[in-house]
Write a protein that binds this ligand. Structure first.
Ligand SMILES: Cc1cc2nc3c(=O)[nH]c(=O)nc-3n(C[C@H](O)[C@H](O)[C@H](O)COP(=O)(O)O)c2cc1C
Length: 197
C-alpha cells in the first residue's frame, strides 16, 4: 500500500478528482485529499458532494464513492500544518484534478500559498510524481507558459481532454477516460477506461 495526494481545485470537473480518489482507494492505497474553497463550492454545485461543512469530509466523499472511509484523510486548503506540507512525510505522488489556472500558476511559480500549492511544491522539490489535470478553455499564453514550465520540470500535464475512440456511453465513461490516464501516469493499475487494442 502506498499513499497518494489528490487535490481538487476550483476548476470545473471535480468529478475527475473524485474518480482518481476512487481509483486509488480501489487499488488499495491511502488517499490524502485536499480541496480549495472554490473547489469545494464547485464540487457541491457540479456533483452534489457537499463537504462545505468540513466535518466528516472524508466520510462524505467515501460514501459517495462507495469506498472505505478509512482509506481517505481530508485536510482543508488552509491547513498548512497538515503532514503533506512537509517533504519528510512519505507520499508516492500527487494528482491535482481538476487544476484551475490559478493553482497551475501557483505551482509553476512556487507560490505555496495554500495546502494544494505547498503539497505540489513538495512534490517538485522531492522529485516525486505530480500530475495536473488542467481545465480551462480557451487557453491563454500565460496558461500555456505555466504548463510548459512545469512540463519541463517533469510534471505530467494531462488536460481534461477525454478521447472518444473508446466510444463512451455515459458521462462517467468520459470522466474515467481522463482519470484512468492520470492513474496510469503514477503507475496505478486500473481498468477505468477501455484501452485501444
Ligand atoms: C462555476 C465556476 C467554474 C470555474 N471553472 C474554472 C475552470 O474550469 N478553470 C479555471 O481555471 N478556473 C475556473 N473557475 C475560476 C476559479 O474558481 C478561480 O480562479 C479560483 O480563484 C480558483 O481558485 P483555486 O485554484 O484556489 O481553487 C471557475 C469558477 C466558477 C465559479
Amino acid at each position: 500500500m502506498c499513499r497518494y495526494i489528490v487535490a481538487i481545485s476550483g476548476a470545473s470537473g471535480s468529478a475527475y478528482g473524485l474518480s482518481v480518489i476512487k481509483g486509488l482507494a480501489d487499488a488499495g492505497h491511502e488517499v490524502i485529499v485536499t480541496a480549495s474553497r472554490e473547489g469545494i463550492l464547485i464540487m457541491k454545485d457540479e456533483t452534489g458532494v457537499d463537504i462545505s461543512g468540513m466535518n466528516s469530509a472524508a466520510g462524505i466523499i467515501a460514501e459517495k464513492l462507495g469506498i472505505d472511509k478509512k482509506s481517505i484523510i481530508f485536510y482543508p486548503e488552509d491547513d498548512l500544518h497538515a503532514p503533506i506540507s512537509s517533504g519528510s512525510f512519505e507520499t508516492s505522488g500527487m494528482v491535482i484534478a481538476p487544476c484551475s489556472m490559478k493553482t497551475l500558476s501557483g505551482v509553476a511559480n512556487g507560490y505555496a500559498n495554500n495546502l494544494i500549492e505547498r503539497a505540489a511544491d513538495v512534490m517538485l522539490k522531492e522529485r516525486r510524481a505530480l500530475v495536473l489535470i488542467p481545465r480551462e478553455t480557451p487557453i491563454s499564453a500565460i496558461h500555456l507558459e505555466n504548463m510548459l514550465k512545469l512540463a519541463r520540470l517533469g510534471v505530467h500535464i494531462l488536460p481534461a481532454m477525454p478521447g472518444f475512440y473508446n466510444k463512451p456511453k455515459t458521462i462517467q465513461d468520459i470522466i474515467d477516460n481522463v482519470s484512468g490516464r492520470a492513474l496510469d501516469l503514477i503507475g496505478i493499475n486500473n481498468d477505468l477506461y477501455r484501452r485501444w487494442k
